[in-house]
Design a protein around this ligand. Structure first.
Ligand code: C5P
Length: 303
């Protein structure tokens, strides 16, 4: 059995340009992997049994996750087996901690984790480039989920360049009990922007400087997410959560990706503990967690 720990991500910047003919939006995004992990274990199943996918964890929505070829982790296993001509008889178990449909790339982390786990299980020793090529076929966020750390994403968000980041940033995360579907958030974004021309999105120099100097105050001021108005339009409670966080001492706040998870930045680890306490007493958020960034990509923890 091979076990892999795969991290969630937040987008420190998510600038959304025009929608292309392929239905995808042109992005300029800055990803950072955060210390919130799913654990993916993979072992060979009985001959002829095919892929068995199971989820465990406290999240009540686990029961609604597809366990067939509609699931990204399942698709990742299929794609890997096809390419590397290895057995499809597999038992995949995923211990979920990353919110489901939360805008933190949980599904992509699972797919990336499966690729890394199978590469290790079958000792195929694929190069990073070959794994990224597979990841790109699975979804826009999967290449970053495979890489971790800090990276700039362009195109669909799947063309990556590593970015320099110094130090560690501390976050309080507010989870929602109901997720948001990524395509509907993009659709709402298009609806809200109807009639306005979209400029080519660009990576913020201010943000890159805040990262390279490891300055949390500057980072807090340069966080940006063009999908935030759309997520707030679909879930108005997010606006309350964002302002409650700033009033509780956050130095920056934004909806993570397509939401609805909200990420609040704190000055230090200690400040993040105070922020979580202050935020929970406002009643504007229900479930809170803490995490730091950046962290590395998926890692084999048992073989
Ligand atoms: O690539 P992935 O399957 O993860 O994308 C999910 C959905 O998010 C797409 O079907 C599309 O609606 C939206 N999306 C987009 N532009 C991007 C990335 C995703 O519109 N750059």
């Amino acid at each position: 059995m091979t076990v892999v720990k795969a991290p969630a991500k937040i987008n420190l910047q998510l600038s959304v340009g025009a929608k292309g003919d392929d239905g995808y939006h042109d992005l300029a995004t800055v990803f950072q992997a955060v210390s919130l992990y799913d654990e993916i274990s993979v072992r060979p199943g009985e001959s002829g049994s095919g892929i068995t996918l199971r989820f465990t964890g406290d999240n009540p929505h686990i029961a609604n996750l597809p366990t067939n070829n509609k699931n990204l982790a399942y698709k990742a296993a299929q794609l890997f087996a096809q390419r590397k001509k290895v057995s499809l008889d597999l038992i995949i178990e995923i211990k979920k901690q990353i919110p489901i449909a939360g805008g933190m790339a949980g599904g992509s982390a699972n797919a990336a984790g499966v690729l890394v786990a199978l590469d290790s299980l079958y000792e195929t020793r694929m190069s990073k480039e070959d794994l990224i090529a597979l990841a790109r076929q699975l979804g826009s966020d999967v290449p970053f989920s495979l890489t971790g750390g800090t990276a700039v994403g362009t195109g669909r968000g799947d063309r990556l360049t590593p970015a320099l980041a110094r130090g560690t940033f501390h976050w309080v995360l507010a989870y929602s009990s109901q997720g948001l579907s990524t395509p509907s958030v993009y659709e709402e974004c298009d609806r809200l922007r109807q009639g306005f021309a979209q400029r080519q999105p660009r990576v913020s120099e201010e943000l890159m400087h805040a990262l390279s100097s490891g300055d949390p105050i500057a980072l807090g001021k340069s966080l940006v997410n063009d999908l935030q108005p759309a997520a707030c339009s679909l879930k108005p409670a997010l606006k309350l959560a964002l302002s409650a966080g700033m009033e509780s001492g956050a130095i920056g706040a934004l909806v993570s990706g397509s939401g609805p998870t909200v990420a609040f930045l704190a000055k230090s680890e200690e400040a993040s503990i105070d922020l979580a306490v202050a935020l929970s007493s406002t009643g504007a958020v229900s479930q809170l967690g803490r995490a730091h960034s950046p962290v590395g990509g998926p890692r084999v923890i048992e073989n």
